[in-house]
Design a protein around this ligand. Structure first.
Ligand code: CUA
Length: 340
């Protein structure tokens, strides 16, 4: 091979490699990791990306070199020389990819094993998904609609669902885990960056799916301990607790805001189902007393469909998923008191 040819190949490869590297590095393809696990996953991505960049540069160099140097002359319609087999090249292009693929799988296997290890004394939080809300239950038995975790401590999320399949995802934690009814799937996180990050449902679970979102707060250890000790907003007590505020909590923690507009709760701006601001008139249209109408709409939503809406949209599972059962009554009273 001539020295000029090698120089040409190297130059083309360098240009292709630099362009591809700039595209890989300059564009923020992945969110900034906020857990040790996400950093390990990022490492696997970059490991595979660097290998791909080198292969891309080599392929571009050979392809563009061939296009330039072996182009047919104008008017030359003859076939190229019949070349058949080259054992050396075949061995090379079998062994090198085999080594690279093996290396990627070994690195991935190590990261997978490390990422599923929660270490000694992990904080265990139960994650319960339901149409269309997240609930996080802490070791003290209290539950909250927002995930709070301390920095630099292994956290084991035990994820399940009360109705259909959902999927837990925080982009900055890099991992997704399905929430499956009747089954507990674990996800280990070791947060190492303070901040608040979105919790997103990433499995199509019904009409409110796109609104099934919450937040995860990574807090300093001191702030987390203070919050956990004071436990500012416990879940609604079984007896119904403090009337209006307990009702509002049941409303928000069951995801009603995703589909319904309800002025007393600023976050409730959903347009999937009917507005709950004028239930007295709606009950009159349905020919039922107000509280009976609200109760039936929650526990047996298809028994009566408000004009202009479709049956089967409101999940029929709230009869089982709003626990304890007295909470349904608290919610009914809350809505009856605060609607027009
Ligand atoms: Cu829950 Cu999508």
């Amino acid at each position: 091979m001539r020295r000029g040819s090698i120089l040409q190949l190297v130059l083309i490869g360098l240009v292709a490699g630099v362009i591809a590297t700039v595209v890989a590095v300059a564009v923020p393809w992945l969110p900034d990791p906020a857990t040790k696990q996400a950093e390990r996953i990022d490492f696997v991505y970059w490991f595979a990306t660097v290998i791909s960049l080198v292969i891309f540069a080599v392929v571009c160099a050979i392809m563009i070199y061939a296009m330039i140097n072996f182009r047919a002359k104008p008017g030359d319609w003859s076939d190229g020389p019949p070349v058949h087999g080259n054992t050396t090249i075949e061995i090379i292009w079998t062994i090198i990819p085999a080594i690279l693929v093996t290396a990627i799988s070994i690195v991935s296997a190590i990261v997978l094993a490390q990422n599923s290890h929660a270490g000694t004394d992990p904080l265990i939080i139960k994650v319960q998904a339901q149409q269309f809300a997240w609930e996080f239950v802490y070791p003290n038995g209290k539950s909250y609609p927002i995930l709070r975790v301390p920095i630099d401590r292994g956290v084991k999320l035990e994820i399940t669902s009360k109705d259909v399949i959902h999927s837990f995802w925080v982009p900055q934690f890099a991992q997704k885990q399905d929430a499956v009814p009747g089954q507990v799937n674990n996800l280990v996180i070791t947060p190492n960056r303070l901040g608040h990050f979105p919790v997103i449902c990433t499995e199509l679970c019904g009409l409110g799916h796109s609104l099934m979102r919450s937040w995860s707060f990574v807090m300093t250890k001191a702030a987390y301990t203070a919050w956990y000790r004071s436990s500012p907003k416990p879940a609604p007590s079984p007896t119904g607790g403090a009337g209006v505020s307990a009702g509002a909590l049941i409303f928000t923690s069951n995801g009603c805001s995703a589909c319904h507009t309800f002025t007393p709760i600023p976050a409730a701006t959903g347009k999937v189902g009917p507005s709950l601001d004028d239930l007295t008139a709606a009950a009159k249209t349905a020919g039922q007393p107000l509280e009976d109408y609200i109760r039936q709409s929650i526990v047996d939503p298809n028994a009566y469909i408000a004009p202009g809406y479709q049956p089967g949209v409101m999940p029929g599972s709230y009869n089982h998923t709003i626990v304890p059962h007295t909470n349904i009554e608290v919610l009914v009273q809350y809505l009856a008191k605060n609607t027009k």
